[in-house]
Design a protein around this ligand. Structure first.
Ligand SMILES: C[S@@+](CC[C@H](N)C(=O)[O-])C[C@H]1O[C@@H](n2cnc3c(N)ncnc32)[C@H](O)[C@@H]1O
Length: 247
């Protein structure tokens, strides 16, 4: 089932604000570029400010609700990029490849239009660290089916390098694991609407009744007390870098 991002732009505006610590990790890889392509750009989170950026996304509403009017934003799909070969120094795709109908074709297109490197932010599994699985075990299956593994990405791209992106406890970008130290957030329907995984699981609100009770009687704090003084946690988010060699 593909998601209609035209219905989600408002929730994204409210709950998916780029996190400055994650931005710094991404910009580390774009800082020497003059021209950057942002594929599956959504509202334009994490676009670097020191160079020309072109954004592309299939959703008209996501494009219309962008913050950055200086960037040229086009409607289109990763699998068929309307650009010449080698037009960009770096191409980035942030938390989007798992939504593409053909990830391999999209990455092939990104490689074609890029001279130096691809920068992907993706997810490779909770590494046993995400307590929400105790309440809603389906989340793992849903996400593992959608997201490519690192070996899939190696098959598609060839050599890649991988960097862990540990998630801060007060992450401002409300993706799935962003609220790992703020459990009550998962009870908020608006927050859940801005996280695509939940839309693929029936009756989530009722299913989260046990979490509601555990928060109310302090059982959550007792069960997961080992998290309460952590600032960052590895929840499987990774930057995947592929150096292009189009020669
Ligand atoms: C989770 S949002 C991420 C948006 C943005 N990169 C960010 O970090 O906020 C996923 C985005 O992927 C876009 N998308 C879905 N299918 C796509 C495709 N085939 N090619 C490019 N983008 C796609 C959606 O429209 C949506 O804006």
């Amino acid at each position: 089932m593909s998601l209609d991002y035209n219905q989600l732009a408002e929730q994204y505006k409210k709950y998916r604000k780029p996190d400055p610590r994650i931005a710094a990790r991404i910009w580390n890889h774009t800082k020497a570029s003059n021209r950057v392509l942002n594929v599956g750009a959504g509202r334009g989170s994490y676009e670097p400010e020191n160079c020309e950026v072109i954004a592309i996304d299939p959703s008209r509403e996501m494009i219309a609700s962008r913050n950055n009017s200086a960037t040229r934003a086009l409607q289109g799909h990763a699998e068929n990029l309307p650009f010449e070969d080698d037009e960009f120094d770096v191409s980035m795709a942030i938390l989007t490849i798992h939504h593409w109908s053909d990830i391999q074709a999209g990455l092939r297109e990104m490689s074609r239009v890029t001279k130096q490197k691809l920068v992907l932010l993706t997810w490779v599994g909770y590494s046993g660290n995400f307590w929400l699985e105790d309440y809603l075990p389906e989340i793992r299956g849903v996400d593992e089916k959608l997201f490519p593994s690192l070996s899939d990405l190696t098959n598609y791209l060839g050599e890649i390098s991988v960097e862990d992106v540990d998630i801060p406890h007060d992450c401002t970008d409300g993706f799935m694991c962003a609220y790992w130290r703020r459990p009550e957030s998962y009870l908020n329907p608006g927050i859940r609407k801005a996280i695509s995984t939940f839309s693929r699981i029936p009756d989530v609100s009722t299913r989260l009744q046990a979490l509601r009770v555990d928060i109310a009687n302090d059982a959550w704090n007792e069960k997961y007390s080992y998290l309460l003084n952590k600032e960052f946690l590895d929840l499987g988010y990774r930057l995947v870098i592929h150096q292009i060699n189009n020669a």
